[in-house]
Design a binder for this molecule. Sequence first.
Ligand code: HEM
Length: 134
Amino acid sequence: MSEISGSLYDQIGGAPTVTKLVNHFYNLVAKDPDLKPIFPDDLTETKEKQTLFLTQFLGGPTLYTDTHGHPMLRARHLPFPVTAKRAGAWLLCMEQALQCANIEEPLRQIIFDRLTLTAHHMINQWDEETGSPS
Ligand code: HEM
């Protein structure tokens, strides 16, 4: 029985690991000076949605879509100013959270790389003069 078969979700240990990851992540977000201002003070609902989303993103059950419909993640982020700086801060929190949740290599790097692509796709605010991500 190979230990490297199955979805990323199964390989990291399923629901308990995703819950740990999300809790660590939002504890860091709540302390981050760049991210804190654009998130609600009460992160309960945000955490619930992210748990559903990451479950699905990692190849587990399609909980987010079943509950909230198509993720349309970029569109759902448009009300919030996502700058390159905030994407970097988001990824730094996630990098730490992946470690705190004891997700081992190489899975940690595979997941982080996929999240990096998605985070860059979320950037929706650019420097007006240079056109580079602000
Ligand atoms: C690039 C930096 C990012 C920033 C600054 C950011 C910020 C935010 C903010 C402010 C919200 C709204 C929170 C709320 O009102 O509850 C949100 C929601 C959400 N974010 Fe992000 N986000 C980023 C990247 C990502 C990435 C990479 C993912 C997925 C891998 C993601 C997944 C989600 C999900 C699933 C929601 C909930 C959407 C909903 O159903 O309303 N975000 N994000």
